[in-house]
Design a protein around this ligand. Structure first.
Ligand code: ADP
Ligand code: MG
Length: 697
């Protein structure tokens, strides 16, 4: 077996490989494209393609694909062989610069939200040279963006790249004001922590709700849940350990820096954290991580559940999106600095994020909205549906002092003068930080905790980047026109921003009902509890203005994405409802009827043997079971009917009907079936229970 350093990135066409295999000229033009976004000319592309093809074939690849993130939520690939027929029934290995740069998958089978009329079904993929190509299952995968022929983005990566560009443009204006002539580019970095469940595959295959929907639609609570907290950071079981080891190796080969893996709070729940990297690469890596988790789990007789809420009453899974801004010189702009000047600059970026989160809270909430995540946000485990920010006591005290022009109560009591004074050292100890906050400052980065475990991180980062770009743009407009002393202008800007947006800051317990009340009633923050509410935020005129101004989305793209997301919501819940009806009728009712029949037969036999026996247990159970059987049958019919007659003139109305009518009826059917489970003999129950699933690995 090879060593970890040998293994790491061994299937990636990364900088090391490029340097070794490309001529110096070609290498440097490619680097200019990667680092500075310079256009790539075809001769360079041809040379890169030839080297990439040789390398891929030497490493066992036979096919290549443009790999992209369509709006379906998973990644897509269309494999082409490297081999092209040649005369005399020979074949030649061929992979040109054109093959590398663009592809033409048939776009008609990917969602476009009406962007593409069917007669114009063509779309094209375009190489993203900033994300390295890699080999997966004998296929050279080329990370690409996916657009329609009209140039509209049909994927999640294009807007993300545009938002990174927008943030770069605006952040550079601020850095210029601070005199950083050396900085050429600003990027965002992301480290997404991924939560997941592992369950036994044989049990999984017996649950059609898991197979069709990724979550359990029925299931009475097990006698033991997560209350003992004995799983969190507990010893990892051998089977899970073997899975984690293989997963690490597979990820390392692809250059994904999987770093820590530990058990989470819920039984059979785990977490994987990679080391952060540039956001678009982090997004590609996270998609790959999810795919490989599922694949490796199968090899160990396990199934990896990425759904946000696989089990009712047990913690769900999220994806903590750690996010920061850095210069091409590697300086983290969200890190408090050593000198007064660096501190002032840090505060500008910090308050830009505060302003962005306050003004575009709806967009942030929207970026994490999905049918699955609705079960999580607001339950007692994930952040609430209200977006707020946690800064910690020390930083809050600094901002308070600036806001009120009063002395900062640090180690020594003094007035803080920006540009002249050094900020106090913030305690970087993150052990007691607030886990309930949706958007928390953790020393030198922000952690956005709303994203669902199954979601791509692209939308969330696109919205964060765009909102911060807008805040920085307004700051730059103001500071560039500053008359007089720059430090005073800076001070006023920071003070005014804190005054205006401090309502978004909250260091307390986000799970507390009193907070939700205060947030909504006193502070006027948005409480968007469900996906249909949250998705509508993107149609808000101010949000459309901001996103189009920074060229992150066109208005047509925004509207088409809105339709797709609403449609996804409706489809997801519809499949869940139909699965419930099916399981209730074909599995649960027959089981309960059989158990009821068994009891009736026993009752009759006992009565026949001795008419004086009371048989009160059997009588009571038969009555209760008969009632439940009828009630389940009725509830299934009501649910089926509400799906079949789903009203609504358009997708928005249909989504609200689903939310307001169907979800309640699903809940009603579930309650009855879960009750039936508790009064039916275990040997009669048709599929594995919560206890079996949660403690079965
Ligand atoms: P935690 O206590 O939350 O587990 P970690 O230090 O393990 O904190 O970091 C969590 C995630 O944040 C990791 O994926 C890590 O790579 C990422 N991270 C750390 N620093 C940054 C940064 N400057 N920008 C973006 N992500 C970061
Ligand atoms: Mg963490």
């Amino acid at each position: 077996m090879s060593t970890i350093p040998e293994l790491f990135g061994s299937l990636v066409f990364d900088d090391k490989v490029m340097r070794a295999r490309l001529s110096s000229d070609v290498y440097h033009s490619l680097r200019d494209t990667i680092n500075k976004g310079k256009k790539l000319d075809l001769s360079v592309a041809n040379a890169v393609a030839a080297a990439m093809c040789d390398w891929a074939v030497e490493n066992g690849a036979t096919h290549f694909t443009h790999w992209f993130q369509p709006l379906t939520g998973i990644t897509a690939e269309k494999h082409d062989s490297f081999i092209t027929p040649a005369p005399d029934s020979h074949v030649i290995v061929e992979f040109s610069g054109r093959n590398l740069i663009t592809g033409e998958p048939d776009a008609s089978s990917f969602p476009s939200g009406g962007l593409r009329a069917t007669f114009e079904a063509r779309g094209y993929t375009a190489w993203d040279p900033t994300s390295y190509a890699f080999i997966k299952e004998k296929t050279l995968c080329i990370p690409t963006a996916f657009c329609s022929y009209g140039g509209e983005a049909l994927d999640k990566k294009t807007p993300l790249l545009r938002s990174m560009e927008a943030l770069n443009r605006q952040a550079m204006r601020i850095l210029t004001l601070f005199g950083h002539a050396d900085v050429k580019r600003v990027v965002t970095n992301t480290g997404p922590e991924q939560e997941y469940f592992l369950i036994d595959r044989d049990m999984y295959l017996k649950r059609r709700d898991l197979i069709y929907t990724g979550r359990t639609l029925f299931g009475a609570p097990a006698p033991k849940g997560q209350e003992l907290d004995d799983h969190y950071f507990g010893a990892i079981k051998p089977r899970v350990k073997a899975f984690m080891e293989e997963l690490d190796e597979e990820l390392w080969k692809l250059g994904i820096y999987a770093k820590t893996e530990h058990n989470e709070v819920a039984p059979c729940q785990h977490e994987l954290a990679p080391i952060f990297t540039t956001t678009n690469i982090a997004s590609d890596h996270n998609q790959l991580t999810m795919e490989i988790m599922k694949k490796v789990a199968r090899k160990h007789g396990l199934v990896c559940l990425l759904h946000e809420k696989p089990f009712a009453g047990v913690n769900g899974s999220g994806k903590h999106n750690n996010w920061s801004i850095a210069t091409d010189k590697g300086v983290n702009l969200l890190s408090p600095g050593e000198t007064p000047y660096e501190n002032a600059q840090f505060l500008v970026f910090l308050v830009a994020v505060i302003k962005a989160v306050d003004e575009y809270q709806g967009l942030l909430r929207m970026s994490a909205a999905s049918a699955g995540n609705d079960h999580r946000l607001g339950a007692n485990e994930a952040p609430p549906a209200v977006v707020s920010m946690f800064l910690g006591d020390e930083l809050t005290a600094v901002l308070d002092a600036i806001e009120s022009d009063s002395p900062y109560e640090g180690t020594e009591k003094k007035r803080l003068r920006l540009g002249a004074d050094v900020l106090p050292r913030f305690n970087r100890d993150t052990t007691d930080r607030n886990r309930t906050s949706p958007f928390a400052f953790t020393g030198n980065k922000f952690e956005f905790r709303m994203v669902g475990s199954n979601d791509s991180i692209s939308a969330a980062n696109t919205m964060i980047n765009s909102a911060v770009a807008e805040a920085l743009c307004q700051f730059a407009d103001r500071l560039e026109n500053c008359e007089g002393d720059f430090d005073s202008c800076l001070h006023d800007l920071i003070r005014d921003t804190v005054r205006k947006h401090k309502r978004i800051l909250f260091n307390g317990n986000g799970y507390d009902d009193a907070w939700i009340h205060e947030a909504v009633e006193v502070r006027g923050l948005k409480n968007l509890r469900t996906t249909p509410d949250a998705l509508q935020m993107v149609l808000d005129p101010e949000n459309i203005r901001m996103l189009t101004k920074h060229r992150v989305y066109s208005e047509t793209e925004i509207r088409s994405r809105y339709e797709i997301s609403m449609e996804n919501y409706v489809r997801t819940v519809r499949i869940e409802a139909l699965t419930m009806v099916d399981m209730a009728r074909k599995e649960i009712l027959p089981a309960v009827v059989r158990w009821c029949g068994e009891l009736s037969r026993t009752l009759n036999e006992k009565k026949a043997a001795d008419p004086d026996l009371p048989c009160s247990y059997e009588k009571k159970q038969v009555r209760r079971l008969s009632e439940l059987i009828d009630a389940i049958d009725d509830a299934a019919a009501v649910l089926e009917n509400s799906i079949n007659t789903l009203g609504g003139a358009d997708i928005t109305e249909r989504a609200f009907c689903i939310r307001d009518e169907v979800l309640g009826r699903m809940e009603a059917l579930r309650r009855l079936c879960d009750e039936a489970e508790t009064v039916t003999a275990a040997s009669f129950w048709p599929f594995p229970t919560y206890g079996d699933l949660l403690f079965g690995v």
